[in-house]
Design a protein around this ligand. Sequence first.
Ligand SMILES: [Zn+2]
Ligand SMILES: [Zn+2]
Length: 408
Amino acid sequence: MNASNWSIEYSCPQCGAPLQLEETDRLAACPYCRTSVYLVAESAFRYLLPAAQGLNEELYFIPYWRIKGFTFLLQLSGVTNRFTDTNLLSLRQKGLPFSLGLRPQAMKLRFVTPQVSGHFLKSDRTVQDLLPLIISQSGENPPMQAFIGETVSQIFTPVYFRQGLLYDAVLKRPLSTIPGTAEAIVQSAREEKPWQVSFVSTLCPHCGWNLEGEKGALVLLCRNCRSLWQCRETSLERVSFATLTDGPEARHYLPFWRMNVRIEGTELASKADLIRLANLPRAITPELERTPLFFWSPAFKIQAVQFLRWSQQMTVLQPSGETPDELPTGTVYPVTMPISEALEGIRVTLFHLAANKRQALALLPRIDISLTDFQLIYHPFNPGRRELIHSRLGLTVDRTAMYFGAQL
Ligand SMILES: [Zn+2]
Ligand SMILES: [Zn+2]
């Protein structure tokens, strides 16, 4: 599943040593000066393919979206999913290559920086614009879909003009034989504002201790003041957390997002509301009418079917009894699924749970879901032969469906 990960070359922000990253790496340590940094950016990460040596022409960089993740298709017959791992032109007008194909995998990428001279063309197509195209290519046309991104970034490929024709600056080959739309698009496109990746210190913002995490972790841990941190734009913000402890026997802890949301457009705020929506075989009591509804999602990358299954199970069961601010002991799995993607998953969970799919298809596009509060909750698991077993609920997660190994 990670076969298509890219390799990115960059310089240590402290000593300038040439270093290399994998696409999903966020925490990077320099082996020369031992500086650790956390990589963040205000919007999607931007990379470029380096131009060939020896070009004097002015460079123009064409934007492509790199889209990796799964799309849930919501239809009357239920929920299915498609895995997407592709890159597509993020300009609306036709005339330039629609995809870079495998080129980003074959080459070393670099971060876009303000120091690169050239014109970075501005995208006029979002990932959301491209998704229906991707799905329709597989012959599907679902009434609704939801994309859960694993990696969404932008990649820029260089071109230049020679005698009125557009040339690919990686291969130094013309893109066309007569001047036409490609040339016109490049000449008329708007340009991006300067962009750069930020390197944030990995010292705890609260106590100054070194933060810990796996290289792909989205949440970092301070063992000194027992706090968790995630990036918001370009700074670290505290993550509220709790652990469902289960004695010394639980040896694995998996992180889940527990979300408090406001749903506008329908009555869905209590556990009783959920029971009605899903037509669950439970008597509705006044207490259930008052019990607030939390939405749950795995906070680790996992295959689509299991992502949906766990989101649904936890949302129906509404597990509680966790201890606030307690860090788990044992094998703790890193957070690799951002809260933003967990939030995207709520619509899918709701649709999956809805007893009346026709009604749900009419309702879901009209409701607005916004996050009001969230917590990271670690849940205890015991190891089985090929799976991990939730030590309270008895539910299992297939270890091979999880993309990342444990830390510690
Ligand atoms: Zn260094
Ligand atoms: Zn601290």
